[in-house]
Design a protein around this ligand. Structure first.
Ligand code: GDP
Length: 139
């Protein structure tokens, strides 16, 4: 199994509710290495650029407003099979359908306000990591 990097975001709903520490504990317990981390507030246009693949989806406006509504914590996580493993650790997009013990099941409150983001494939992971971090920040 290859060592991979994936992009994780603790979304504004979770940061705003003071859940960043609890979510970091899940990341630690699932044995991801945090290669890089930063906290920032996205502008609306930065959120639109990040979610550009979703621009035709009906929830694009709501999603980009939500993602620019408060601070996020952005991380590059590294592990064997990190992309799939982080998505398993988060759980299904809709917290109501997520498996017990996952982050979204435990803390998510709606299909939109689901506390975390994770890249879904190697090419999106590369794009998303480089959206937030320079090469030097990933050493
Ligand atoms: P993910 O890969 O599990 O994050 O899911 P998607 O790529 O399908 O969607 C991206 C993000 O858009 C999700 O994490 C949610 O925050 C949000 N989202 C997904 N589906 C809906 C929806 O039906 N309504 C709204 N308002 N937001 C959604």
């Amino acid at each position: 199994m290859a060592i991979e990097k994936t992009l994780a975001i603790i979304k504004p709903d979770a940061v705003g509710r003071g859940l960043a520490g609890d979510i970091l504990k899940h990341i630690h317990e699932a044995k991801f290495k945090i290669v890089a981390v930063k906290s920032l507030r996205l502008t609306k246009s930065e959120a639109e650029g990040f979610y550009a693949v979703h621009r035709e989806r009906p929830f694009f406006k709501d999603l980009t407003e939500f993602m620019s509504s408060g601070k996020v914590v952005v991380m590059a996580l590294e592990a064997e099979n990190a992309i799939a493993r982080w998505r398993e650790t988060m759980g299904a997009t809709d917290p109501a359908k997520a498996a017990p013990g996952t982050i979204r099941k435990t803390y998510g409150t709606s299909i939109q306000n689901n506390c975390t983001h994770g890249s879904d494939a190697p090419d999106t992971a590369r794009f998303e990591i480089s959206y937030f971090f320079s090469g030097m920040e990933l050493i």
